[in-house]
Every structure is written in structure tokens, then in C-alpha cells.
Design a binder for this molecule. Structure first.
Ligand SMILES: O=C(O)c1cccc(C(=O)CC[C@H]2O[C@@H](n3cnc4c(=O)[nH]cnc43)[C@H](O)[C@@H]2O)c1
Length: 220
């Protein structure tokens, strides 16, 4: 099995890489690591180049995220079922309208299902039993009541800056994929002191190692 593990920053998957360095090669599994950079543009370009070089059997994007859902504690790991683009559109005299609303994109145009980039989890050797989240990808981390209220139209559970690019690339290339996110903060009026990135990185990497091992076991 060729497994691609990608993250926006090296920090997010450092414990995973340390685990791999300690455990040595995993029989039957070749793992490529891609640090894609923060944001949709960097992720789209780096992922596209990587998929052209080496088509993986499975791709996993691992990252931290903000949560709209206060039922989930910081450190909760989720897998993303549906991605939407939260800020690609026009400012119509003070009202945000996305590309579907103004007719520049059509709902259901491949690889979209409606207005979402949906993971059916098909083709994965193992699907973890994690809460399934709806996600919105943004260029700017939401940090004001106005921007948070505007995103409610997408009924998101979580927010990241790379997820939609990852779903798009994997759907177009028909690579089975899994987006794992661990909650580092709530999406609320910005107060960085409430974020817990170390906790989220720890939870993310524990889940990532577990998923990688189970995928390897199921592929042998
Ligand atoms: O402002 C800072 O000092 C600062 C320090 C470290 C990290 C940040 C980020 O904004 C991290 C963005 C990064 O993490 C994902 N992420 C995490 N929480 C959120 C969120 O609430 N909304 C959107 N993205 C989030 C994101 O995918 C980026 O890769 C700031």
C-alpha cells in the first residue's frame, strides 16, 4: 500500500514522523509525507504535483481545526465528510454570495455533490469510528461575530484552511481519501489564549498512527 500523509505544517504531524523514524519501515506500506503549506492555494498546488508524481492508494490529510460545535471538546478528533468553500464568491453591496449562488459554478458540477466536496469513504482499507464532521474551508481564520454568522449558511461543524483543496484533488484523481482534524479551538471571537494546539497535535497524531496501523493491517 502506498499511503500519502499530508499536513499543512510540519508541526502538525511531527509526532507521527517521529513514530515512523522509531518504528522503522512498516511491512507492505510505503509512506510519503507532504507538507503542503497553509491555505488552499499552497495545498492545491503541492497536492496536485504530488499526485502527478506518485499516485497513492490512500491519501490522508491530517490537521488541526476550529470547531463551531461546542459539544466536542478541544482535542476531539473528527473525520470530514463534507467540505464547502466558505469565502469564494462576491461581495454584493455588503452581502456575500458564493459562486453557486451567482451562477458562476453549477451545483453538482463534478466533483461537487450539490455545493459540497463529499467523501463517501469508498475504497479505504479501514474507516475509523470517529464523528463525521461537515467542514468549511476559508482563507481567513474566522474571528468576529459577523464572519462566524455568515458561515452558518454552510452549517459547518469545523473550519480549516486546506480541507476543500484536499477533497477536490482526491475526488478529481479518484484517490480514496480521509481528512482527519483535531479541534484546537472553537470558532469564536478571536482569543488566541483559548487555543490548545499542543493538545490537538497530540490527539491528531494518536489517531493518525492508529489509522495508519489499521490500514496497514487490512492491506496485508
Ligand atoms: O495567530 C497565531 O498566532 C497563530 C498561531 C498558530 C497557528 C495559527 C493558525 O491560525 C493555525 C491555522 C492552521 O490551523 C488550522 N486551523 C486551526 N484552527 C482553525 C480555525 O479556527 N479556522 C481555520 N483554520 C484553523 C488551519 O487549517 C491552518 O492550517 C495562528
Amino acid at each position: 500500500m502506498n499511503l500519502l500523509v499530508t499536513a499543512a505544517t510540519a508541526l502538525e504531524i511531527k509526532p507521527f514522523q517521529e513514530y515512523l523514524a522509531q518504528s522503522g519501515p512498516i511491512p507492505g506500506v510505503q509512506i510519503d509525507i507532504l507538507i503542503s503549506g497553509i491555505g488552499l492555494m499552497h495545498t492545491a498546488w503541492n497536492l496536485g504535483r504530488q499526485l502527478a508524481r506518485q499516485r497513492p492508494d490512500v491519501a490522508i490529510q491530517a490537521g488541526i481545526a476550529g470547531s463551531f460545535n461546542h459539544q466536542w471538546p478541544l482535542g476531539q478528533v473528527v473525520m470530514v465528510g463534507r467540505e464547502q468553500l466558505g469565502d469564494l464568491g462576491v461581495d454584493d453591496a455588503g452581502t456575500f454570495r458564493d459562486l453557486f449562488e451567482i451562477g458562476l459554478w453549477q451545483q453538482g458540477q463534478p466533483p461537487f455533490a450539490g455545493t459540497g466536496l463529499v467523501n463517501t469513504f469508498t475504497g479505504l482499507p479501514y474507516v475509523p469510528e470517529l464523528p463525521v464532521a461537515s467542514s468549511v474551508s476559508v482563507q481567513t481564520v474566522s474571528g468576529s461575530a459577523v464572519s462566524i454568522e455568515r458561515l452558518q449558511q454552510y452549517t459547518p461543524d469545523v473550519e480549516s484552511m486546506e480541507g476543500a483543496a484536499f477533497h477536490y484533488g482526491c475526488l478529481v484523481e479518484q484517490v480514496p481519501f480521509l481528512q482527519l482534524r483535531c479541534i484546537s479551538n472553537y470558532v469564536e471571537v478571536r482569543d488566541k489564549s483559548k487555543w490548545n494546539i499542543p493538545l490537538a497535535v497530540k490527539g491528531l497524531n494518536e489517531a493518525l498512527i492508529d489509522v495508519m496501523k489499521k490500514m496497514a493491517d487490512n492491506r496485508r
